[in-house]
Every structure is written in structure tokens, then in C-alpha cells.
Design a binder for this molecule. Structure first.
Ligand SMILES: Cc1cc2nc3c(=O)[nH]c(=O)nc-3n(C[C@H](O)[C@H](O)[C@H](O)COP(=O)(O)OP(=O)(O)OC[C@H]3O[C@@H](n4cnc5c(N)ncnc54)[C@H](O)[C@@H]3O)c2cc1C
Length: 338
């Protein structure tokens, strides 16, 4: 069941070269148990890989890459107001969104066209267009690969926050998410506040949009704005938007009064893209890697480069932003290096 020396370049959206010492797809506790006891890989490092759209593979992987193989989307409970839906970790996220809006359910429309699989959605609490996974999640099931025991966490226990959750903690490194459960509404209010959404609906003469209309518009906007990883390797936003104190913002705004910023709780969120652009990195190319010409937040791989070259570029950007603004940018994708 474990294949050795497998090229996984086509399994990551950056298209970075990587040879995995071991690779397997597993869809049951029984299969996982035999894999975890395999003499060749029992004590080796493990990497759980979904759609590969949020990882930076910085070289060959000397351990075992485990790709979950849990499928199925089904309604497990419902009442007059809501439906509870479960999805296997290996279902493509966008497929779940499309399925839900085709049923007329509210809740996932703003999260349309985010690449990747359902099992990774809780990791960084995926979010876009004013919505987050945590808005609809009721529970997440996982298997701890160290103990081979099955668990389920309620949404509260998942500790969701901006682009993070309990699943990102080092203690959860060997937790393999097998499925997610979401509560969707039969009726609801659509969030059309994000720039461009209401305008595009209007241009299409849609007066009373349904969730499917919003998902279609957001998909179209995203396709216009973001590079397609099939054409140009990328992982979407490379850095998180920094969340800082009001004192920090005041200090920067004294020199840069036009700096965009948003209140979030009692802190302030800054635009990582704006900070990077101010440092002159937008559109900058360094050999086989670079910063997208339209999106300062999207690092790209033009081909024939390596994860190390990408990380060197990210480090230069980080350093410049720190020197100019005193802000320490944090990467959004998981960096896999040995
Ligand atoms: C063009 C583009 C646009 C994007 N836009 C957005 C956006 O708008 N919002 C947003 O939040 N993200 C965005 N992303 C990032 C990415 O789509 C999400 O983070 C997505 O959830 C990653 O899913 P994946 O299956 O590809 O995960 P992978 O890249 O395979 O893995 C990501 C992390 O999750 C872990 N993981 C994956 N599956 C499991 C599992 N079953 N159990 C345990 N751990 C697991 C991996 O070990 C890794 O640490 C974008 C990416 C691209 C390429």
C-alpha cells in the first residue's frame, strides 16, 4: 500500500519539485493502522496532504506522505430551519459549496472557489469574502496517528480564529481529519458587502440573488483576480494579514496616513499586500519565483524552481517589511522543510 520514492510535484499547487520517500492513500482506520506499523516508516516523519494548495515543499520529503481517502457528502440531520451536512475529508471543497447552493442552502456561498479539500478547511479556518469556515462548522472528526484513536471536536473545541485553529498546533501535527460537519440554513441573509459582489449581481440584473448566484459571482471574481495554479504555481495569499495594537497602527500612520486598516475586536488588522507593495515587491521576479504583478500577497513559481528559492524570496520580503514597518509577517501556507 505504501509506494516509495514518489514524485509529488503535481500534488502541490506551487508545482514545487519533491520526492516523497513514502506515499499512500488511506480511507479507513484499519488501513491507517497497518501503515503506521509498517517497519520501513514506523518512526519516520509524516505529512498529511490534501489538495496541496496550502503547502510549500522545500525539498524532498524523507518520511511518509499520507493522503486521506474519505469521501461522501450527506445530510445527517434537518429541521424546518437548517440542515446538518457531513463531508468526507477528501471531498473537494468547492464541490461541497456547489452541492449546497444547488440545494438552495445558505452558508457556504461566499466560500466558493477556494481550492483544496474539505479535510483541510478547519486547519486554517478558511475564509473569504467576509465568511469563514467556523461560521458553519459544528464538528470535526479526526484520527490521532500516534494513538490510532478516533475523536470528534465541537466547533468551540476547534479554537477557530483568523487563519488558525487547534489543528495548527504542534500537538495536532499527527491528527488526520477524516470528516467535517456543517450546519447550513434553509433561509438566510446573504453577505454582499465585499467589494465587487453587489456590483456584479447588479450588472447581471439579478435583483433577488439566491446563494447559487452569489457563489457564481464570487467564483467569477476570483477567477478574474487570482492566478490559476494550473497555469502559474501559487498557494493564494502567502502571508497572513497582521493583527496589531492601536499603538503600532498610530506609529505607522504618522508616516503613512493612507495605510489601510480594519478593526478586529480590540486590535487592528493591516493589509499584508499593502505593506509588501510599499516595499516595492509587487511584480518583482527573482529567477523562477516572484511576486504576482497584480497581487503583492501572491507569491508565484514560474517553473523549474525550488521550494528553497521560494522561501528565500519570502524571507527577503519579510525582512524588508520588518525593516520598513516593524511588522513581522507570518506565512499562511504550511512550510515543509527538513
Ligand atoms: C489560488 C488560491 C486561492 C486561495 N484562496 C484562499 C482563500 O480565499 N481563503 C483561504 O482560507 N485559503 C485560500 N487558499 C489556500 C487553500 O486553498 C486552503 O488553505 C485550503 O483549505 C487547503 O486545502 P488543501 O486540501 O489543498 O490542503 P493542503 O495544502 O494539502 O494542506 C494544508 C495543510 O493542512 C494539512 N491537512 C490537509 N488535509 C488534512 C487532513 N485531512 N487532516 C489533517 N491535516 C490536513 C496539511 O498537512 C497542511 O498542513 C487559496 C489557495 C490557492 C492556490
Amino acid at each position: 500500500m505504501i509506494r516509495t520514492n514518489i514524485d509529488i510535484q503535481h500534488l502541490n499547487s506551487f508545482g514545487l519539485p519533491c520526492l516523497a520517500a513514502g506515499f499512500c492513500q488511506v480511507g479507513s482506520l484499519q488501513a491507517l493502522t497497518s501503515i503506521c506499523e509498517d517497519a520501513g516508516f514506523k518512526h519516520s516523519q509524516r505529512l498529511i496532504l490534501g489538495g496541496g494548495s496550502n503547502v510549500v515543499l522545500a525539498g524532498d520529503f524523507p518520511g511518509l506522505v499520507v493522503q486521506p481517502d474519505w469521501h461522501g457528502i450527506q445530510i445527517i440531520d434537518q429541521d424546518s430551519q437548517s440542515v446538518t451536512v457531513s463531508a468526507g475529508a477528501s471531498e473537494v471543497w468547492h464541490k461541497l459549496v456547489i452541492w449546497s447552493v444547488e440545494q438552495g442552502y445558505y452558508g457556504l456561498e461566499n466560500l466558493a472557489a477556494i481550492p483544496g479539500w474539505c479535510g483541510a478547511a478547519p486547519m486554517q479556518n478558511i475564509g473569504a469574502y467576509g465568511a469563514e469556515f467556523s461560521d458553519v462548522c459544528t464538528s470535526v472528526s479526526y484520527i490521532d496517528l500516534d494513538t490510532l484513536s478516533q475523536h470528534s471536536l465541537t466547533s468551540d473545541q476547534c479554537q477557530f480564529d483568523y487563519r488558525t485553529s487547534i489543528f495548527k498546533k504542534p500537538t495536532a501535527q499527527n491528527w488526520l481529519v477524516t470528516g467535517i460537519t456543517l450546519r447550513l440554513q434553509r433561509q438566510g441573509n446573504l453577505n454582499l458587502d465585499y467589494p465587487g459582489v453587489a456590483e456584479m449581481l447588479q450588472r447581471q440584473n439579478i435583483q433577488q440573488p439566491a446563494p447559487a448566484d452569489v457563489a457564481a459571482v464570487i467564483t467569477a471574481i476570483r477567477q478574474q483576480k487570482l492566478p490559476d495554479p494550473e497555469v502559474l504555481g501559487n498557494a493564494g495569499s502567502f502571508f497572513k494579514n497582521p493583527i496589531v495594537s492601536t499603538n503600532t497602527v498610530d506609529a505607522i500612520r504618522a508616516l503613512h496616513p493612507d495605510m489601510p486598516h480594519w478593526a478586529t475586536g480590540n486590535k487592528i488588522k493591516l493589509s499584508a499586500a499593502w505593506l509588501i507593495e510599499q516595499c516595492g515587491w509587487k511584480g518583482h521576479r527573482k529567477g523562477p519565483v516572484g511576486v504576482h504583478r497584480d497581487h503583492a500577497l501572491v507569491l508565484v513559481h514560474y517553473g523549474n524552481g525550488s521550494g528553497r528559492q521560494l522561501l528565500e524570496l519570502a524571507d527577503c520580503i519579510k525582512q524588508d517589511v520588518f525593516e520598513q514597518f516593524g511588522i513581522d509577517l507570518q506565512p499562511e501556507p504550511k512550510i515543509i522543510q527538513n
